[in-house]
Design a protein around this ligand. Structure first.
Ligand code: SF4
Length: 311
């Protein structure tokens, strides 16, 4: 048996473990057509109203503030007796007299600014001590992520569940086992050219103490950590597992279904993003594993097309 056929047999076993049978063979890479590439929506900017954009009727009067008088210059100017010497106006008084100009800009998130320059080690410490959202109250431990810090593949889920909260690692338990099988089908392993992370790093629980999806506010509060992870990793492709991960990476309408986002190559900056079902969903709906495998093939195609790209 050649190495190539042994590889094919091994992959067939993984696919069977996924429950989708050996008939699922990744096709030759097709020439990508433009309809399959859907640029991710641009982040909505906050309008900035500057004085120059105001209509003339609303323009504030210009306040002239004279520089302090230089005595030498004043003496030289005395030859010009008809030139009036400017009377200096105290700067503070001028500022108080000036009409207030309102600039509508988003408030600066100092925490996010600090996170944007953190190392892996600093991220670990920051997440473990983070209080940016209410999810910090119930966590046993925060779960930053796990894997190869130079991975070409990044898989993003929604948030830690009870077992992950206990163990401090994402994707453990039955859903994690299925994800491991999906990785193997792509010839990947946990920690080898793959990195696993979540949209939020602390476990969201409902009033009964059960796992729940994170809210939009919780995802937004935690997003700077995910953004920093992506910048440090510079993955060649990102697989968004479920709607929470997709919205955190791409934004968009919270009511949109995963089914609508699938089968397209989106973009996070220059990095291709493929959306598929979360492994926990696939455990509940095993018939959709077939669709998920198609998504993984699309991601493999994007990985092969794009190679390692800088963010
Ligand atoms: S979920 Fe994220 S933002 Fe919220 S407390 Fe945990 S680490 Fe901080």
């Amino acid at each position: 048996m050649t190495a190539a056929s042994a590889d094919s047999v091994r992959r067939g076993r993984f696919l069977q473990e996924l429950g989708i049978g050996p008939v699922w063979v990744q096709r030759q890479r097709a020439v990508q057509t433009s309809p399959s590439v859907v640029p991710s929506p641009l982040p909505s900017g906050v309008p900035v109203r500057t004085p120059s954009a105001l209509p003339p009727s609303e323009m504030p009067p210009v306040t002239m503030v004279a520089a302090p008088v230089n005595m030498k210059q004043e003496k030289a100017a005395s030859a010009w007796d008809d030139v009036p010497v400017p009377v200096p106006v105290p700067v503070q008084a001028a500022a108080a007299a000036a009409p207030a100009t309102t600039l509508l800009v988003a408030p600066i998130d100092d925490g996010a600014v600090a996170i944007a320059s953190m190392s892996w080690q600093e991220l670990d410490i920051a997440v473990a001590n983070c209080t940016r959202c209410p999810l910090c109250r119930n966590r046993k431990q925060a779960v930053l992520g796990t894997g190869d810090p130079k991975a070409g593949w990044l898989f993003v889920g929604e948030g830690p569940g009870a077992v992950e909260d206990q163990q401090g690692e994402p994707f453990v338990g039955p859903a994690g086992k299925l994800l491991d099988s999906m990785l193997l089908a792509l010839d990947l392993r946990r920690g080898e050219n793959s990195y696993l992370a979540n949209a939020v790093k602390c476990r969201p629980v409902d009033a009964d103490g059960k796992d729940r999806p994170p809210s939009a506010d919780e995802s937004a509060a935690c997003r700077p950590y995910l953004e920093r992870q992506i910048t440090l990793l510079k993955p060649a492709v990102i697989v968004a597992l479920g709607k929470v991960a997709a919205l955190s990476l791409l934004g968009g309408d919270p009511k949109i279904a995963v089914a609508t986002l699938r089968e397209h190559t989106h973009r996070y900056g220059s990095i291709p993003v493929v959306v598929t079902y979360h492994p926990a969903y696939l455990l509940r709906k095993p018939l959709d594993k077939a669709k998920s495998w198609r998504d993984l093939c699309l991601a493999a195609q994007a990985y092969a097309n794009d190679g390692k790209l800088a963010v």
